[in-house]
Design a protein around this ligand. Structure first.
Ligand SMILES: [Zn+2]
Length: 273
């Protein structure tokens, strides 16, 4: 699933092609991917210019010249790409925005993603926690102190902190040497500090490598990321830890696969369980 680094990469590769461009026409091939369902998306978008595009959490937020906005969430398998007018339309293409020279296309085979019309609430900010790259240790400490959940589950909660998903939470917990089942409200200040540093480090590094491509993810130009080659725990079950050579373990937590090194992330090391 695309997380913060992948969505950031999509936005960066899309931006030079779309900002200042007028939406000449709209082809909505799957109207049921628009929320709210009664939205006349074509009427809202046709003839408007795109003045800005930015990432908020895992959302790709578009701002229009009349100060209205909408956002696209890529879900599990979504792609937002720039295509030429004559490139064949693939299956599962749900939306095509015709610009002067090119097209923006949204495809999503599994349809966990979608298009949310925001109107004038154009920040797309509702019920979302702060951005991790600008988060302060005291903010993270306060958010984690409020919950008894496992730290892995808490970090996946978009209302606590925005943009993290399964890959980067596992990688950050490894970087901070914290067990994924450690209770959030029992982490010490030093651990929270180490965790935030690890989160920022892994996200920045992943953005520099244009995200992780495990299966579906591509940027707006259709290119894969390369950060998957540098994963230290995610999707490495049974392989040797890159630090201590112990086999990486995989457990399922809240329905999500969770990878960790049982030696580097020993619960007894911090008595947080
Ligand atoms: Zn290890």
């Amino acid at each position: 699933m695309p997380e913060l680094p992948e969505v950031e990469t999509v936005v960066c590769t899309l931006r030079p092609h779309v900002v200042g461009e007028k939406i000449k026409s709209v082809q909505l091939l799957r109207p049921d991917i628009v929320v709210p369902s009664e939205t006349d998306l074509a009427a809202h978008l046709t003839g408007r210019s795109i003045t800005a595009i930015h990432r908020r959490g895992k959302r790709i937020v578009f701002t229009l010249d009349n100060a209205n906005g909408f956002y696209i969430h890529l879900g599990m398998t979504g792609r937002l790409t720039i295509e030429t007018r004559d490139s064949p339309v693939t299956r599962h293409t749900h939306l095509i925005l015709n610009l002067a020279g090119a097209q923006i296309r949204f495809t999503d085979p599994r349809r966990f993603g979608g298009i949310w019309w925001l109107g004038t609430r154009c920040t797309g900010d509702d019920r979302m926690g702060p951005e991790p790259l600008t988060l302060k240790p005291a903010q993270l400490a306060a958010a984690l102190a409020k919950t008894r959940r496992a730290v892995k589950s808490a970090l996946l909660d978009q209302t606590l902190i925005a943009g993290l998903g399964n890959i980067y939470v596992d990688e950050a917990l490894f970087g901070a040497q914290i067990h994924p089942l450690a209770r959030s409200d029992r982490l010490k200040a030093a651990q929270v500090g180490a965790l935030l540093r690890a989160i920022k480090r892994v996200l920045r590094k992943a953005i520099n490598h244009r995200g992780s491509t495990l299966r579906d993810y591509r940027d707006a130009a259709g290119n894969s990321g390369s950060f998957q080659d540098l994963h230290r725990v995610y999707d490495r079950k049974g392989q040797p830890c890159r630090v201590c050579r112990t086999a990486i373990e995989r457990i399922v937590l809240g329905g999500r696969s969770t990878h960790f090194c049982p030696k580097c992330q020993r619960p007894s090391a911090h008595k947080a369980l």
